[in-house]
Design a protein around this ligand. Structure first.
Ligand code: GCO
Ligand code: MG
Length: 412
């Protein structure tokens, strides 16, 4: 099992994806997701120029050793570009090991701890009627847990709302509320935290009145509040029994969550932009969060995220792996194998890819009665159709950014 070939494939079916494909001398192939939304080509260069030359001739069976070598020998550790590149190598090696063993990756990780993975979908609306329609659509699709994002009176375009996508213009190929837009520059959105804090509790009250107390509801604050604002929101949402409040403050300052925690029992989830266990260390050790939002794709792969989740398990903190459309089907499969195997699985985000993406990536997971399962194909269970991938060259795309009414740039 010597690595003979390493290809970095960029394709843009519904959005941009970066995939690493490793081929061994005995003809096995493995795929890894290296997609970093809006900064895709930086990871392509990192892989092609600096990592691929180190992989050719290496022993594909040495997953842990390869991880440690890529992490430590770079000297410059961590960061989203580095860790997405390492993640792709790690996933591809797990894929190869599974194929060599004739087993799905979750078996190599210890076997299934459950029959399927509870998944949540994204409901959104500019106002209550459109939000209720969106919740109903998700219930009809079988979702048993739903994220609620609402428009805010006075604001034109904010994160997470599907039907506001035309406000800032600048791009097509947007499905659901895929935030990255194709175009030369990022589009601008608007934000007002006071308006948001005033409006949101009423939205959750209305949703609970309409849909009852049973369905798990989630919300994403998308890093836009100060600690005391987040504390206020967490407290105000307590009557509506959220499954979690996500990314209530920017993630860099782990201490911020201590303040939020002191004020509210609303469960907290964070970490979609984190890259290593070090970003989570204090949050886990001091029990300041309830769910780890790290993605396999951005946390350095299955190897590293499993260690982080095992550490979290000691504190009864569970997984809530990131699963938006910018995690490719390969990254989603890796999350599903890991989620099926670990004891402290919490929930899996499942935003669903578009039809073109599903043609490029041939997948074997199942989605039934609100539950995901990675399937039983050897490896990760995803193959890349190169002919389909070749139809969609890279297109420049950026995530939006926020400005307040007075023009100040705000966290998006
Ligand atoms: C989520 C996330 C995404 C991000 C996106 C950025 O909870 O799913 O917040 O929607 O905005 O992944 O690339
Ligand atoms: Mg999020």
């Amino acid at each position: 099992m010597i690595i003979d070939k390493a290809d970095v494939i960029v394709t843009s079916p519904d959005r941009n994806f970066v995939t690493l494909k490793l081929t061994t001398d005995d003809g096995l192939t493995g795929l890894g997701d290296a997609t970093l939304n809006g900064r895709e080509l930086a990871v392509v260069a990192y892989l092609r120029d600096h990592v691929v030359p180190l992989l050719i001739g290496a022993d594909a069976s040495r997953i842990e050793d390869t991880w440690q070598f890529l992490y430590r020998s770079a000297y410059w550790r961590r960061g989203p570009v580095t860790m997405a590149a390492i993640a792709a190598v790690d996933m591809a090696l797990w894929d190869i090991k599974g194929k060599a063993a004739g087993m799905p990756v979750y078996q190599l990780l210890g076997g299934a701890s459950r029959t399927g993975l509870l998944a949540y979908g994204h409901a959104s609306g500019v106002d209550l009627p459109s939000l209720f329609d969106s919740v109903n659509e998700h219930l009809e699709k079988g979702f048993r847990a739903i994220r609620i994002q609402s428009g805010i009176p006075g604001l034109h375009a904010i994160y997470g709302i599907a039907s506001q996508s035309s406000f800032a213009g600048g791009g097509e190929a947007r499905y659901d509320h895929e935030p990255a837009r194709r175009g030369a520059r990022p589009v601008e959105e608007d934000w007002d935290t006071r308006a948001y804090l005033t409006h949101l509790p009423g939205v959750f009250e209305a949703v609970r009145n309409e849909f009852g107390p049973d369905i798990p509801l989630l919300h994403d604050g998308h890093h836009r509040m100060t600690p005391i604002q987040a504390a206020r929101l967490g407290k105000a949402l307590e009557p509506y029994d959220l499954f979690w409040l996500e990314d209530c403050t920017p993630a860099e300052n782990q201490e911020a969550l201590r303040l939020v925690r002191q004020h509210t029992t609303t469960p907290l989830a964070i970490g979609e932009v984190f890259n290593t266990v070090w970003d989570f260390k204090d949050l886990i050790r001091d029990q300041l969060i309830d769910y780890v939002r790290g993605a396999v794709t951005h946390m350095g792969g299955i190897t590293a995220l499993k260690k982080t989740l095992d550490y979290a398990a000691m504190y009864q903190i569970k997984s809530g792996m990131h699963g938006p459309t910018d995690i490719s089907p390969v990254g989603m499969a890796a999350a599903m194998h890991l989620g099926l195997a670990i004891h402290n699985f919490g929930i899996q985000e499942y935003m669903q890819h578009g039809p073109k993406t599903d043609q490029v990536f041939e997948q074997s997971f199942t989605w039934r009665d609100g539950m995901l399962h990675p399937g039983d194909q050897p490896g990760l269970g995803v193959e890349l159709n190169l002919d389909e991938a070749g139809k969609y060259p890279y297109e420049r795309a950026y995530l939006p950014y926020n400005r307040l009414k007075d023009g100040t740039v705000h966290d998006w």
